[in-house]
Design a protein around this ligand. Structure first.
Ligand SMILES: Cc1cc2nc3c(=O)[nH]c(=O)nc-3n(C[C@H](O)[C@H](O)[C@H](O)COP(=O)(O)OP(=O)(O)OC[C@H]3O[C@@H](n4cnc5c(N)ncnc54)[C@H](O)[C@@H]3O)c2cc1C
Length: 388
């Protein structure tokens, strides 16, 4: 008998259940308590690492599970679906783990991957710069070659989790790139390096994970800080950014599932005109609409992950952008609807729905904004003239 092509494997489905069980033991209450008290999610993170969930996509020889981005995306989604959306899932195992695994030397893999897999060496990722913003072709962080290695200078902004990371994968421009075209090089910088400073940015997002401005002031690193080929260019960078988009989509669909679950439970029991409010179509339809939108976004995310894991980078890039777009739209609409069906309770701390708004909203901006995705689909997919 043929199996349905759109069904995940039993292994993937049981991974989802296991992660949901572990994350559910911490739950939304833990996440919010840590966020409000200035605490961290280290216990959950290390627990995830111990169980092998952070490292599912890292090869077994480096301490991982040997799976793919589809598995890691499932982990990220299930965490978020339990109310624990972790941005560092997107950054450390997905971007940094992928880039080092695909382009690092054996020595670099041995040095960094086991810690990324077990959670003991979280790695942040820094591309965004204050003056370049979405236009990453304009980044000015430079790497100058020295007899011993490299010296880096520059400034990055909105970098997540630097305080929880032992190192940062920094996108810089080799100083001798005279063409003016983006020729990004990737360097691993330890967060305790001399000349490396970071300051928290006050954000309105309810999360224990924080964003930082990073100052890189004559940071000297050895030659082996460069990951991959100096001349490999943008393809190498995008090998990390496609998993980022797939993971961001999973973060969003997971969060949407969490909000929708809470909203659905609430409207089944809340009665104001003698019947549960969920029996009014004005309440039920927006939630049903969300269910459809979230399922569509999940399907596109799974397609993007399957393409990526099959090595089809170009097709995966297009699908990952579409998935990220769809997931961000779905979570923004879903959280808004979840707030609305709770009435006044929607904006109380007790019910915690409004506390999801900024995290949901952030998925429309980061890691790539909805407008930049529309630009990409307009020019790449539809073949329209490039507008910028
Ligand atoms: C919570 C959070 C975590 C983050 N974590 C990280 C991280 O760990 N590492 C990292 O490197 N970065 C991180 N970022 C940065 C994020 O990737 C950027 O915020 C994002 O790429 C947008 O850049 P920007 O903020 O400079 O906005 P801008 O580029 O200034 O854009 C502002 C607005 O203008 C629009 N716009 C700009 N150009 C165009 C155009 N040509 N056509 C149409 N619209 C356009 C954008 O879509 C956007 O709506 C994070 C951001 C947030 C919010």
């Amino acid at each position: 008998m043929m199996t349905a092509a759109f069904t995940e494997t039993d292994e993937r489905l049981s991974l989802r259940l296991e992660v949901a069980k572990l994350a559910g033991g911490y739950g939304r209450e833990f996440f919010v308590r840590q966020a409000r008290s200035g605490g961290k999610t280290t216990d959950l993170w290390l627990d995830m690492g111990r169980h092998g969930y952070l490292g599912v996509a890292i090869p077994e020889e480096y301490g991982g599970g040997g799976g793919g981005i589809g598995d890691l995306a499932a982990v990220c989604e299930e965490l978020a679906a339990q109310g624990c959306p972790l941005l560092m899932m997107i950054v450390s195992p997905a971007i940094c783990g992928t880039v080092i695994n695909r382009f690092g030397t054996t020595a670099q893999k041995e040095r960094w991957l086991p810690g990324i897999a077990d959670g003991s060496m979280t790695m942040a990722f820094a591309i965004t710069e204050p003056d370049a913003g979405s236009n990453s072709h304009r980044i000015t962080t430079t790497a100058r070659r020295t007899p011993d290695g490299w010296v880096l200078n520059g400034r990055k902004t909105y970098i997540s989790g630097v305080d929880e990371s032992g190192a940062v994968l920094v996108v810089a421009r080799a100083e001798d790139a005279r063409t003016g075209r983006l020729k990004p090089c990737l360097f691993v910088l330890p967060t305790d390096a001399t000349g490396f400073e970071y300051h928290p940015i006050d954000m309105e997002i309810l999360s224990p994970e924080r964003q930082f401005t990073v100052f890189i002031d004559d940071v000297a690193v050895a030659a082996d800080a460069l990951v991959g080929d100096e001349d490999a260019g943008i393809g190498q960078l995008f090998a990390g950014l496609n998993p980022e988009r797939i993971m961001a989509a999973s973060f969003a669909t997971g969060l949407a599932r969490f909000a929708l679950g809470r909203a659905t439970d609430y409207v089944k029991t809340r009665e104001v005109f003698d019947v549960p409010i969920g029996s009014h179509q004005a309440v039920a339809h927006p939630l049903a609409q969300s269910r459809i939108e979230v399922e569509l976004a999940r399907l596109m995310t799974q397609k993007a992950a399957a393409l990526y894991d099959a090595g089809e980078d170009l097709a995966a890039g297009e699908a990952a952008n579409m998935a990220k777009y769809a997931a961000a739209e779905a979570v923004c609409a879903t959280v808004d609807r979840a707030v609305q069906v709770h009435g006044g309770n929607g904006i109380t701390s007790e019910y915690g729905m409004a506390g999801l708004l900024v995290a949901a909203r952030a998925t429309r901006i980061a890691p790539v904004s909805r407008e930049m995705i529309l630009n990409f689909v307009g020019s790449y997919t539809l073949g329209l003239p490039k507008s910028y």
